[in-house]
Design a binder for this molecule. Sequence first.
Ligand code: 5GP
Length: 116
Amino acid sequence: MSDSERSIFARIVSREIPATIVAETDRVIAFEDIAPKAPVHVLVVPKTEAYRNVTELAAAEPDLLAEVVAVGSRIAAERAGGDYRLIFNTGESAGQTVFHVHAHVLAGDLSEGSLA
Ligand code: 5GP
């Protein structure tokens, strides 16, 4: 894969671009969204670049999807008492802008909507 084809999140995984990393396992990384839309807004991302969206990930590696959810729920438990919203924007018309699968974990006061 050429440099220009690599996703911004792959560059965060490889530490080429800085991010505020809040959790990491062998297969998953979680970091603060650069433009937070809620008091807690963390992105949970499989390190592999193989999947563009959650549909592809669910079909190919459901255990990795479960790990993404588990990491997200742990962050919400630590930072917001366990209540949270988990969003996978899937496809351009649904608002997806980075085509490296990621879960938005939104928590805190979500009374004003806070859709990522
Ligand atoms: P999407 O719209 O694809 O569901 O979400 C992409 C998210 O990535 C957006 O919420 C956006 O703010 C975030 N984002 C884009 N570029 C960067 C970056 O370089 N660093 C971080 N930490 N977040 C980013």
